[in-house]
Design a protein around this ligand. Structure first.
Ligand code: PRP
Ligand code: MN
Ligand code: MG
Length: 188
């Protein structure tokens, strides 16, 4: 961790700040979906969402199902190629279910658009999105929630290349417990 830490220029959100914000999001979701039966299916977008998903679901007080899809668009670079593909599909049947898609970050919006279209084709009742970070400065595609879906986000992210808490550069740094800005000399 010390070696990784030296690759970080500055920390944007500490482990404590992350934990507090995740608790707030989980409380909102628990309240919003509290009256619904069956409870929603929480779908994490692998790989980036794995830590946020793990923290979030442990704080949601509902009998949710948890599943994953894998969508990839960045490969080993820092820029989305604009054509994400679904390479790993759900196990849970989401037909007529309310789904909450969990992401680590929404950047161009291509990944979420792809996931939402995919869920729509499976006949979901609604799609909500809960993303830890939102980087609106880089949005290219305006994704649309489905049904009565809601949008939850942890923080608005400035336009830096950030890593940690699930976010990677070339598959590294996902296991940093905080979110930080990677020193530019490491990817330029
Ligand atoms: C990253 C991130 C989001 C997506 C956001 O995933 O985890 O899923 O990019 O970018 P977008 O809004 O421009 O589509 P990535 O494709 O790098 O795969 P990963 O989760 O395995 O890192
Ligand atoms: Mn991802
Ligand atoms: Mg990635």
């Amino acid at each position: 961790l010390l070696a990784m830490h030296s690759h970080i220029e500055r920390i944007l959100w500490s482990e404590d700040q992350i934990s507090r914000r995740v608790s707030e999001l989980a409380a909102e979701i628990s309240a919003d979906f509290g009256g619904q039966s069956p409870a929603p299916v929480v779908v994490g977008v692998a790989t980036g969402a794995f830590l946020f998903l793990a923290d979030l679901v442990r704080k949601i007080d509902l009998s949710i199902a948890v599943d994953f899809v894998r969508v990839e668009s960045y490969g080993f670079g820092t820029v989305s190629n604009g054509a994400p593909t679904i390479s790993f599909d759900l196990k849970v049947d989401v037909n007529a279910r309310h789904v909450i898609v969990v992401e680590d970050i929404v950047d161009t919006g291509h990944t979420l658009s792809k996931v939402i279209g995919h869920l729509k084709s499976k006949g979901v009742s609604s799609v909500s999105v809960c993303t830890f970070l939102d980087k609106p400065a880089r949005r290219k595609v305006h994704f649309q929630l489905l049904g009565e879906g809601k949008y939850y986000r942890g923080f608005e992210c400035p336009d830096y290349f950030v890593v940690g808490y699930g976010l990677d550069f070339a598959e590294l740094y996902r296991n940093l417990p905080y979110i930080g800005v990677l020193k530019p000399e490491l990817y330029k």
